[in-house]
Design a protein around this ligand. Structure first.
Ligand SMILES: NC(=O)c1ccc[n+]([C@@H]2O[C@H](COP(=O)([O-])OP(=O)(O)OC[C@H]3O[C@@H](n4cnc5c(N)ncnc54)[C@H](O)[C@@H]3O)[C@@H](O)[C@H]2O)c1
Length: 259
């Protein structure tokens, strides 16, 4: 039985922590939840208590929290499951996590699939092109760095509008809550430079879609994912906490899991 602490009790962490608390993941139990803004009736604890009590710490709180808490988890010899994968556009943070100590760092696949195949294919040989096109409702794509005119144009569009296109690292950093997926694809293929990311605002997008296309030595791939947004946080897809629970289940009871 592994003991799991969840850092961040929002749209993702709240669902993960409750399922663990209710014994829904074989081989894992909730140690407690770390969130200064409340733990939704679940057992709360400080980060220090989490580092003492948990075998695995799930970060589901945001990029800045990962940068602060992640290295401390690894330094304490605890395993870390990263949900804010977009933070890893920062190579220095990834190096800090890997060098911090004995804890292992795991990344959650989150809102997308196909990462296993992309990793297999990248191992055979390099990709020539990889693209991820993310389409979601306009409101979640307005960013603080946009000019007032651009923000208005995104908010008011009555048809699909390409908001940005560029290298995955740039796009993931520019849309931190919406492009964890671009970072996940780049990390899966092991090459930030080959991955182009496109962000589209579509007022009719009741589902958030990600279309991943890739072509290289191993073949040609196309994955299309259409996720229902979380009722708690429309920039997060509802499936993400279940990707976290699957990952915890794989770590807790590894026999028979897909690898
Ligand atoms: N990997 C993926 O595919 C994927 C998909 C969606 C979201 N995400 C990322 O996951 C993260 C969480 O998303 P969410 O939708 O649950 O967000 P959310 O805003 O609903 O929840 C975040 C929670 O973190 C808490 N928090 C803030 N500071 C904290 C701190 N110092 N310590 C502990 N808790 C703290 C907040 O109180 C809040 O409850 C975000 O970074 C988001 O970008 C990843």
């Amino acid at each position: 039985m592994i003991s799991v602490a969840v850092v961040g009790c929002g749209a993702i962490g709240g669902v993960v922590a409750r399922a663990l608390h209710e014994g829904e993941v074989v081989g894992a139990r909730l140690a407690g939840v770390v969130d200064p803004n409340g733990t939704r009736g679940l057992p709360g604890m400080s980060l220090e208590e989490a580092l003492a009590a948990a075998d695995l710490v799930v970060e589901a709180a945001g990029q800045a929290v990962l940068a602060d808490v992640g290295p401390r988890v690894v330094a304490a010899g605890r395993d870390l499951l990263v949900v804010s994968v977009g933070a890893l556009t920062d190579d220095a943070l990834l190096a800090r996590l890997h060098g911090a100590g004995d804890g292992r760092v795991h990344l959650v696949s989150g809102a997308v699939g196909g990462l296993d195949m992309l990793r297999s294919a990248a191992r055979m040989g390099p990709f020539e092109t990889v693209r991820i096109v993310t389409t979601k409702k306009p409101a979640g794509l307005v960013q603080p760095w946009m000019s007032a005119a651009e923000a208005d144009r995104v908010r008011a569009t009555d048809r699909p509008l390409e908001v940005r296109r560029g290298p995955a690292r740039e796009i993931a950093a520019a849309f931190p809550r919406s492009t964890n997926v671009a970072a996940a694809v780049a990390l899966a293929v092991g090459d930030w430079d080959v991955v182009e990311a496109v962000v589209v605002a579509d007022p009719a997008a009741s589902l958030t879609s990600h279309v991943i296309t890739a072509s290289g030595a191993a073949g040609e791939y196309r994955f299309e994912i259409r996720n229902r947004p979380s009722p708690d946080n429309p920039t997060t897809s509802q499936v993400v906490p279940y990707a976290v629970l699957r990952a915890i289940g794989d770590l807790a009871a590894p026999s028979g899991a897909f690898r």
